[in-house]
Write a protein that binds this ligand. Structure first.
Ligand code: EPU
Length: 302
């Protein structure tokens, strides 16, 4: 989708939006997969309601991209523009036991920032790639920690009202890789309340989690983390592994040799390759175990 109309581009600019024409989503996603579209960087929070109104009036379909680490984007020319919050120098500050962090901040960067201020609890999240906003929306978790446990307040743009609102943590449901946010809510900023802990202790916890992750996950290959959610009481990775599917592929999309719930782009995989592999593995798990695996990765089809 291209914003070729000059007056619209000028109005967006007035609202603090930077228009980047023809951006390949291979560069914006950890899977290195995805077609091309215009990217709009929203440099001012206060104008977001106006920007969204303008896009609606002009009938420009759009989707909000966070860190791009848990999304599988379609191939070719995309039929929507991608909106983005600026990632350089996102705001992070500490007030007592609370951390107030912009959604565009890197999740790991936030964990270490808090650690340096002797605020812990989130050690398990250290190696989870992605933005704070994406982690919030999905309730990212690892090694017994989930971000939702620490959320006191979220500032978001609510598409349903067209306004920026502040929602209390108690009014948000955080479940396993699922939250009660509406699909079109846009995370802007979060306030987390964290337990006080000495930096050295937090660092020791971080090292343990890093080591576990390094030994079990393919960290230096292109992936979106786990492809499927774990079924209740089970492990998707273990089931796929037991079926001997490590290394199994469709084109350049492969099941990782290291962790069977990580699917890798081993070269120039397309979205179609990855979807074929996902369907194939889902069917094999279903016929062997009678379990229907649900995607953890978010799929953006054209
Ligand atoms: N296993 C195998 N073969 C494999 C992979 C795993 O036998 O190829 C076995 C392991 O030996 C272990 C069990 O399956 O006994 C569970 O594996 P693991 O500890 O790696 O955890 P997981 O359930 O596969 C979950 C999260 C990860 C998170 C880890 C650590 C989901 C879908 N996955 O993985 O999150 O990093 O626990 O807490 O909830 C993600 O969300 O993208 C993600 C990777």
């Amino acid at each position: 989708m291209r914003i070729s109309e000059k007056p619209l581009a000028a109005r967006l600019k007035e609202l603090g939006v930077e228009l980047r024409p023809g951006v390949s989503m291979t560069e914006k996603t950890s899977l290195g997969i995805g077609g091309t579209t215009d990217e709009l960087v929203l440099r001012r929070f206060d104008t977001i309601p106006q920007v969204m109104r303008l896009l609606a009036e002009e009938k420009i379909p759009h989707r909000f991209l966070g860190g791009g680490t848990n999304v599988l984007i379609d191939d070719g020319e995309l039929s929507w523009v991608v909106l983005h919050l600026p990632t350089s120098q996102p705001g992070m500050r500490i007030e007592g036991n609370a951390a107030i962090v912009d959604a565009a901040a890197d999740l790991g960067g936030m964990v270490t920032f808090c650690a340096k201020h002797d605020l812990g609890g989130m050690e398990g999240l250290i190696g989870v790639p992605g933005s704070v906003g994406g982690a919030l929306r999905m309730n990212a978790g690892a090694y017994g920690t989930q971000i939702g446990s620490y959320v006191r307040e979220v500032e978001l743009y609510r598409a349903a009202t067209g306004e920026i609102e502040t929602v209390r943590g108690n009014d948000i449901r955080f479940d396993y890789r699922h939250t009660s946010f509406a699909p079109d809510d846009v995370m802007l900023r979060v306030k987390l309340e964290l337990p006080a802990k000495p930096f050295k202790e937090i660092l020791a916890g971080i090292r343990v989690c890093n080591e576990k992750r390094r030994s079990s996950q393919p960290l230096n290959q292109k992936s979106a983390g786990c492809i499927f959610k774990n079924p209740a009481g089970g492990s998707a990775g273990r089931m796929i592994d037991e079926l001997g599917l490590k290394g199994h592929g469709a084109g350049d999309a492969k099941v990782s040799d290291r962790h069977a719930n990580f699917f890798i782009n081993a070269g120039n995989a397309s979205c179609a390759d990855m979807l074929r592999l996902i369907d194939d593995v889902r069917e094999r798990v279903h016929s062997a175990y009678g379990v229907e695996l649900e995607n953890e990765v978010i799929v953006w089809k054209n």
